[in-house]
Write a protein that binds this ligand. Structure first.
Ligand code: BGC
Length: 816
């Protein structure tokens, strides 16, 4: 242990006190030993440091910070160096705001397009997500502070995220859901990992020995800190045993006492606590050095320009019929769509940034050189029909050469804590498009949203530019691409299916009660569409440019692939060649091809460059569930270079020696997996894959409610009061939706409806403790008076205890 001497000076109470937060955002300090508290702040695309740290629920607005494009956007750049640059700038701002740990990036896989938090995640592909995340982490940590990769792991739905049990087979877990974390740990060298809220195969991730010990600490040799997601700790002692150093936010000392008791009664050895304290001290001391050395005022304008550059490189041109773009000089455009007035530039939830500057499309026209003849909003942002707006828009559109139509999803649709209800954009926007098409078919749509949407309207637009969520400079960046000042170079980091019903997880998303079964296994995103031969709207890795690229002269060696890339057009541009590998043997089921490398290259018009994409230790590996190890199958492999996953430009084959592992599967028991047609895998086949009987996915309505049951389950509670509370919540939710306050309605679902009972104690900063919660549960389970008396008695006890305790930070010892 590095801090053995210091730890020996600590009392047991002091050590335990370090294991949970002091308030919502900071950790405990011990002044007499020179241990300061750390500040942890969101988030992935900008610092959300709240002005009032003691805010009990963390909902205050943050201090202004640069709002960079969200991860879903930057992933489209496929530029790891750009990710690292953004990380550096985020890190600089974090240091300026004295933040020790920046809570990002998020690397959860986009298993299903409706996950409400997809805008905050990079990709459906673990290799791309991992590489981008590692770049961010290196950038943030270059300042000495810590990034925090999250949410470890299989947190792929938002609804019921604090209770859902994710049932997934080991190979899928490793190949799809953990690889990005592995890259973030090994290549990014993240100093902090945040566990997710959900369970993994029956155990909360934060207590899951297999995940936390065998894999994270064992195989990946991770020596940093693990923090719970906020309010995500279930059993503090089990968490500590699994290797969790820090529970956030504060529980007002309650769980510290649980640790102390566990040590007294021998459930935990004190050395386990000491080792956790040692790792936490390393994080505290190394990160505080950063802002002690350098307290900078960051250059707001410069950071804004970096946000703009990031957005420019991440915009994806999806359609350009008749080369309608870039807009020729002198063309008159009608600007239509509410999103042109108020750009949609980030998602909702804990990642929300209070931007330093915010570019507005309508203010940036003059500098873009595009001649705007006027603006009409055309539709109501939150979906209400408005014929007058459509008529006004059509009148304007008639006079224009080209219509620029700004459409997308509103800010409350893509939100943490909730999943989207459908993949469509609001109907009133489609009605507007239909009407505009009749008066002027020269339409360029500019789409703003952080995840895949259905596009049944695609035929009605000649141009389609996807800006995703471009951050505070996104609006200007889009105009620079429309005008041709910037040649678009983004490519999709996720597949756009033709329709939601095509998605492989359709029948098992989202888990509504106890569990969610990942029956599609390794076949998510393009791995499925490509293997099962399902047509898509836009494939993974797709994006157009104002120039064209030609690929030639592939050569393969044991080190990697080399080929030539020529810019055959008239303007300079950037191309993203992608390396996919396909195994020709069918002994072990696999996707047709998988991404194993990529690069981004700038090439002048007419120029040819030689490109090399190296192989690495992940290129040919698969996870063998018999040997419980990564193995290589001896086989012939396709080495594929594509401009997208569907646009294959060069191929070669190569034989690779294997590791000699036994074939892990019985082919006859897994026909869907061997064919890749996994959209309707039966229970028996899934159980063959997973190797055990999956738990009953529905609530046992006969059982009394417990700590981990959610408030939503009050619908079948024995106590009338609980059922009443349930109906009141449902009513309030409907009411707020009805009056158009969808953000309040969302908050009700996230903060009450889907919250487990234990969250009442874990998220209220000591207002309610666990013994009081026992009383609340008695009420919910039909013992109203007994429960009420219990709550009041425990509350009195808690207040008495509080009054007799002084906080550790001010120099005295905590009484127990
Ligand atoms: C989110 C995390 C976030 C934390 C702190 C949680 O609800 O899931 O991503 O970092 O809150 O705001």
């Amino acid at each position: 242990m590095k801090y053995k001497d210091l730890i020996e000076k600590m009392t047991l109470e002091e050590k335990a006190s370090l294991m949970s937060g002091k308030d919502f955002w900071t950790t405990q300090n011990i002044d007499r030993l020179g241990i300061s508290s750390m500040f942890l702040a969101d988030g992935p695309h900008g610092i959300r440091k709240q002005a009032v740290a003691s805010d009990k629920v963390g909902l205050n607005e943050g201090i202004p910070a640069t709002c960079f494009p969200t991860a879903a956007t930057v992933a489209n750049s496929w530029n790891v160096e750009l990710g690292e640059k953004i990380g550096e700038y985020l890190g600089e701002e974090a240091v300026a705001q004295k933040v020790n740990v920046l809570l990002g990036p998020g690397v959860n896989m986009k298993r299903n397009p409706l996950c409400g938090r997809n805008f905050e995640y990079f990709s459906e592909d673990p290799y791309l997500a991992g590489k981008m995340a590692a770049g961010y982490i290196r950038g943030v940590q270059s300042h000495g502070i810590s990034a925090c990769v999250k949410h470890f792991a299989v947190n792929n739905q938002e609804e019921r995220r604090m209770a859902i049990d994710t049932i997934v087979d080991e190979r899928t877990l490793r190949e799809i859901y953990l690889t990005a974390f592995e890259i973030a740990v090994k290549e990014g060298k993240t100093k902090t990992v945040m566990t997710s809220y959900n369970k993994l195969n029956g155990t909360y991730t934060n207590e899951n020995m297999h995940l936390m010990q065998d894999i994270l600490r064992g195989e990946w040799d991770y020596g940093g800190v693990v923090v719970t997601d906020w309010g995500g700790s279930n059993d503090r002692v089990a968490g500590l045993l699994a290797g969790n150093e820090l529970e956030m936010p504060t529980t007002a000392g309650e769980t510290d006492q649980e640790i102390i008791q566990a040590i007294h009664n021998g459930k935990i050895k004190e050395e386990v606590l000491d080792e956790s304290v040692d790792r936490l001290l390393e994080l505290i001391f190394t990160t505080e050095e950063a802002y002690k050395k350098l307290h900078v005022e960051f250059d707001v304008e410069r950071h804004h320009r970096v946000a703009q550059k990031a957005a420019e490189e991440s915009i994806v041109l999806l359609k350009n019929e008749g080369n309608i773009l870039p807009l020729k000089f002198g063309k008159k455009v009608a600007v239509i769509g509410d999103f042109a007035k108020d750009a949609r530039y980030q998602g909702a939830g804990s990642s929300i940034v209070n931007p330093t500057i915010l570019d507005h499309t309508l203010n940036c026209f003059e500098e873009s050189g595009i001649i705007s003849i006027g603006f009409e909003s055309g539709f109501e942002r939150y979906g209400k029909k408005n014929i007058e707006k459509i008529n006004n828009a059509c009148t304007l559109a008639e006079k224009a050469d080209v219509v620029l139509l700004y459409i997308g999803l509103d800010e409350v649709t893509e939100a943490e804590g909730l999943d989207r209800q459908s993949m469509r954009i609001p109907e009133n926007q489609i009605e507007l498009l239909d009407a505009l098409y009749k008066v002027n078919p020269n339409i360029v749509a500019i789409l703003s949203c952080g995840s895949a949407v259905e596009m049944p309207w695609l035929d009605k637009v000649k141009g389609l530019l996807h800006g995703y969520l471009g951050g505070q400079a996104g609006a200007r960046s889009i105009l620079r691409v429309l005008s041709g000042d910037v040649n678009p170079s983004g490519k999709l980091a996720e597949t756009y299916p033709l329709q939601y019903v095509d998605t492989p997880s359709l029948l098992h998303f989202s888990g509504k009660e106890v569990s969610v079964e990942y029956r599609e296994g390794i076949f998510i995103g393009y791995r499925y569409y490509d293997t099962a031969n399902i047509g898509v709207q836009f494939p993974f890795g797709f994006g157009l440019s104002y120039t064209t690229f030609e690929y030639s002269d592939i050569e393969v060696s044991k080190y990697g692939v080399t080929f030539k890339l020529t810019n055959a057009g008239r303007v300079a541009g950037m191309e993203i060649p992608q390396l996919y590998i396909g195994c020709k043997s069918n002994e072990i089921f696999r996707p047709n091809k998988e991404l194993k490398g990529f690069t981004k290259i700038f090439i002048n018009a007419g120029e040819t460059k030689t490109v090399m994409i190296p192989f690495d230790e992940k290129t040919f590996r698969y996870f063998n569930v018999k040997t419980n190890k990564w193995e290589i199958e001896a086989a012939e492999y396709d080495i594929i270079i594509g401009a997208s996953s569907a646009d294959i430009r060069l191929t070669a084959t190569m034989f690779v020696e294997g590791t000699g592992a036994p074939i892990p599967y019985d082919k006859h028991k897994l026909p869907s997996y061997y064919s890749g047609r996994v959209n309707d895998v039966g229970l028996e086949e899934f159980e063959s894959l997973i190797g055990y009987k999956v738990p009953v996915p529905t609530w046992d309505r006969t059982q009394p409610l417990g700590y981990n049951d959610t408030i939503a389950q009050c619908q079948y509670a024995k106590g009338g009061f609980a059922r009443l509370a349930y109906h009141a919540i449902v009513f309030a939710h409907r009411f707020f939706r009805k009056i158009g306050k969808r953000d309040t309605a969302n908050l009700i679902m996230m903060s009450f409806y889907h919250m487990p009972f234990r969250g009442i104690a874990r998220m209220t900063g000591g207002v309610v403790n666990m013994p009081m919660l026992d009383g609340i549960l008695m009420i919910a389970n039909g013992h109203f008076f007994k429960g009420l008396i219990h709550v009041l008695k425990e509350r009195r006890k808690m207040l008495r205890n509080h009054n007799s305790v002084k906080p550790i930070g001010i120099g005295s010892r905590k009484k127990i």
